[in-house]
Structure formats: C-alpha cells, structure tokens
Design a protein around this ligand. Structure first.
Ligand code: DQA
Length: 151
C-alpha cells in the first residue's frame, strides 16, 4: 500500500481559531480526517504529524523512509520562510515533497515570498484553503502511480 506522510508545522495546531479570515474555520483534526479519507479513496494510507518544534519535524522526516513513506505532504508554516534545516532533512531522505499552504504566501507580506521548499518540491499548492490538502493527496497518489518506486 502506498504510504504518505502529512506534516504540519508551527501554529497549525491552532487552526479553527487562528486567524480564521486567513486560514478558515476548520480544525487540523478535521483537515487530517478529510485528507486521510481522500487518501483511502486513492488507495493510499496517510500518516499525520504536527509539531511546533523544528527538531521534532526533522526527526519525523528522518524516520519516514524506514516506515515505507513514499511522499511527504508538508505545510511548514512559518518554517517555510526560515528553515534550511528542514529543507536539508527533506533532501537527505530523498522523498518527493508536495508543499502546501492554506493561504497564498505570494499575495502576502514580502517575507513570505521566499520558500526554502518550493524549488525542491514536486509542486506547490497554495491559496485554496483546506481543499489544498486534498489536492495534495490526489497529486501524490497520481504521481506515485506513474513513477515506479525508487528502492
Ligand atoms: C502558511 C503560510 C505561512 O506564511 C504562515 O507562516 C503559516 C501558514 C499557510 O498555510 O498559508 O503559518 O503556511
């Protein structure tokens, strides 16, 4: 079975109450549940992990290959714009990455325009709110169905 890992970075545990005009009213639990259902429909299994700590996200990424994870779906939150260490972790495990954002960072403050992940991602889904997570699951499933698994 194709295994995907959905990672969410800092402050995304507060979805539902955090700046709902920007990020919507759904909680992370709801988003994860919908994404998992979408993964099942596509014949995949979705593991989910959120942390406010850079090191915890790095360690989760390091574990991914040993768990048979084949693709990372990642909303790095503010680490998008700051974290060379998370970028290096993704490169180290050599797993395909889909970058997700609820908002469109390019339509926001200039400091959100730089991402340490976009140039190493298969693709970036931004600005579609919670739908972006389901789009990312579908994109990952289709990509993996086409690309033979790298051993
Ligand atoms: C975000 C965009 C980031 O700039 C911000 O720091 C977040 C959320 C998004 O999903 O739109 O925490 O990643």
């Amino acid at each position: 079975m194709t295994r995907l890992l959905l990672l969410n970075g800092p402050n995304l545990n507060l979805l539902g109450t955090r700046e709902p005009d920007l990020y919507g009213a759904d909680t992370l639990e709801t988003i994860e549940r919908r994404a998992a259902a979408c993964a099942r429909e596509a014949g995949c299994e979705l593991a989910c992990f959120q942390s406010n700590a850079e090191h915890a996200l790095i360690e989760r990424i390091h574990q991914a290959p040993a768990e048979g994870i084949q693709c990372l779906l990642f909303n790095p939150g503010a680490f998008t714009h700051t974290s060379v260490a998370l970028r290096d972790a993704v490169l180290a495990v050599r797993l395909p990455l889909i970058e997700i954002h609820l908002s469109n960072p390019h339509a926001r403050e200039p400091f959100r325009h730089r991402s340490y992940f976009s140039d190493i991602a298969l693709g970036v889904i931004a600005g579609f709110g919670t739908l972006g997570y389901e789009m990312a699951v579908r994109a990952a499933a289709q990509h993996l169905a086409r690309a033979p698994r790298a051993e």
